[in-house]
Design a protein around this ligand. Sequence first.
Ligand code: IPE
Ligand code: IPE
Ligand code: MG
Length: 252
Amino acid sequence: MSKSAPLRPAEIGDFAVPRHVAIIMDGNGRWAAARGLPRGEGHRRGVEALRRTVRAAGDLGIGFLTIFSFSAENWSRPSAEILELMGLLRRFIRRDLADLHRRGVRVRVIGEREDLDPDIRRLLDEAEELTKDNSRLVLVVAFNYGARQEIARAARRMAAQVVAGDLALNAVTADKLAGYLDAPDVPDPDLIIRTSGEQRLSNFLLWQAAYSELVFVPAYWPEFDRTALEDAIIEYRRRERRFGGLVAQTGS
Ligand code: IPE
Ligand code: IPE
Ligand code: MG
């Protein structure tokens, strides 16, 4: 297949999909503002886009889907909006967990759980526990997540072992540190998608994104659907990944 040959979404099933797709679900507020609606309506419609996307990811055979749901920096928003976002997470887990479980989705959570309300922590723990033996799709929920904070947590865990004499100082390497991140067994994302036209990572997966392909789509998150996911994968498949070497690998 030549690089410029157009691939249509209908053909996507014929091609390998990335093993791990991560999404910065951005633009809920602007989607709502453009329609004269309150920002909260954008967040609610964002949950519907999330449901569609999880279903599509499972159908396409993607192994890992990471979603950026609430950043460590989002606490700087007005408290009413924070309450709404926390309420949506509660409702999403209560309403959707059984269905996710039935469809073979394993839920994982990354981010700092200490600062969250105890009932939310319990729900996140329950979601992980109930689905721990599923393997069709791993849904990694980045909640109260910041990549710099995650790296600092990993460094702290590793330093504690050095201080205790359980780890030699010269054993501290990049590979070793990766093993102390929040979900060390999850492979690095092959493809990171950000909606809403913004072209930045906003403190998402900074360590794991070292060689990810980035696809920025203009649509606001509530508009995202299976076709948009397929289009992003088609774009990914046109990329040549080199990992610092000279041999190009097309995205797969
Ligand atoms: C993404 O949409 C959801 C979260 C960050 C929680 P935004 O709320 O950031 O929407 P915009 O970017 O203001 O439009
Ligand atoms: C990133 O979006 C966080 C999530 C999608 C959860 P933001 O809307 O918070 O990012 P900035 O502030 O525009 O960089
Ligand atoms: Mg935003």
